[in-house]
Design a protein around this ligand. Structure first.
Ligand code: NAG
Ligand code: NAG
Length: 359
């Protein structure tokens, strides 16, 4: 008892001092925090420097989407849906001519050579197996000169096969091009059965294509070289890189390779409806696949696995060009050559998908 009273009386002044010290530290810390807060919000330059530095390191390194705030535009998505307008159009041709098949060819505005080569090869085929065929070139805006603009206008007036929309034509905007293609088809071609999106550097055997379509389903039909279970490319040097943050699944749903795919004309409207619910990745063929998955519509494999060739064989067989629907080429010069070879093969009695071949 005594012991406790002594110790109590001896401890009292020490405890008071300690309490005072604690209070002082607390006041100092609170003061410092408040000062730092006010200072950093008013004098923002150190934060700006930090942001600039991190932006720089971001553009020097891999675009890591994880570090981009949600509000900023991502390089992996395009602005779609959005109201784009055709500045060069053929508003009545498809309705008036009622083609069975429409060929839609994305091409850059300056690439007149590719367009002329197509006009002189498979674009010439306006009636095959008794069916009418139209082709149209799909252009965005060129960021270049007035000269290109004037040339494209003259070309359009001469050939009536150019559709130009008002978005910037670039590789990263190809998804926009495909979506305005679907818009155009669904509003301009009410009496058309099928369309094909086909790249300008492709060989196309229109005879075999029409032959295949005459036996194909009339609705809910999309075919081409169908990729199934394709892995998402996570290597940031890849042309088709998508980070986990933009697309978490390790693989894509089935999609038809963008080099050339064919579809029935009931699909454009449905795909456009789906696009309101599916975020538009910049890889256009993958995006169409994502919309098809959203719609729950399965893709159709072509009747023969070798009809859509994704590479050009080193040595083409005697009847290569008459036996395929598409073959990828490397440039327009190759297309002129391949077209000549195709005609030689037809004349030498090679069989087409539906024989006889006719050029
Ligand atoms: C895509 O097109 C839009 C609309 O013209 C443009 O603002 C944007 O910069 C383009 N993106 C690329 C990557 O070219
Ligand atoms: C639709 O096209 C077919 C030929 O493909 C034609 O016979 C028919 O008259 C066209 N209908 C309309 C409404 O244009």
């Amino acid at each position: 008892m005594l012991e406790s009273s002594i110790s109590k009386s001896e401890k009292a002044p020490w405890t008071r001092a300690r309490r005072g010290l604690c209070l002082l530290i607390l006041v100092l810390m609170t003061g410092t925090l408040i000062t730092v807060y006010i200072w950093s919000s008013e004098v923002s330059w150190p934060l700006n420097i930090w942001t600039k530095w991190s932006d720089q390191s971001y553009s020097n390194k891999t675009p890591s989407v994880d570090s981009i705030p949600a509000a900023e535009p991502s390089p992996f998505f395009v602005t779609y849906p959005h109201q784009y307008t055709f500045i060069l159009d053929e508003p009545h041709r498809c309705l008036q001519e009622s083609p069975f098949l429409v060929l839609m060819i994305p091409v850059a505005p300056h690439n007149r050579e590719a367009r002329d080569t197509i006009r002189n090869t498979w674009g010439k085929e306006t009636k095959v197996l008794g069916r009418v065929i139209n082709h149209y070139f799909l252009l965005g805006l060129n960021d270049g000169t007035e000269t290109v603009k004037d040339q494209v206008l003259q070309e359009s007036q001469k050939h009536h096969d150019i559709l130009q929309s008002d978005f910037l034509d670039s590789y990263k905007n190809l998804t926009i091009k495909t979506m305005v293609m679907f818009e155009w088809l669904s509003s301009h071609c009410p009496n058309t059965s099928y369309a094909m999106k086909v790249d300008s550097d492709m060989f196309l055997n229109v005879h075999n294509l029409v032959g295949m379509l005459l036996e194909a389903p009339r609705q809910l039909y999309l075919t081409g070289q169908v990729a199934r279970g394709a892995a998402v490319l996570r290597d940031h040097t890849s042309k088709w890189f998508l980070p986990v943050s933009a697309y978490p699944d390790p693989s894509y749903p089935p999609y038809a390779l963008g080099l050339g795919y064919v579809f029935s004309l009931d699909l454009p409207k449905k795909i456009l409806e789906a696009s309101a619910h599916v975020k538009a990745v910049y890889i256009e063929d993958v995006y169409v696949g994502l919309c098809m998955r959203h719609l729950g519509i399965p893709l159709t494999d072509p009747p023969r696995g070798d009809l859509f060739q994704t590479f050009k064989p080193h040595a083409t067989s005697d009847c290569h060009w008459t036996s395929v629907i598409t073959t990828i080429l490397y440039n327009s010069n190759q297309l002129s050559g391949a077209w000549g070879d195709y005609q030689t093969q037809v004349q030498s009695g090679c069989n087409c998908y539906i024989s006889p071949c006719a050029v």
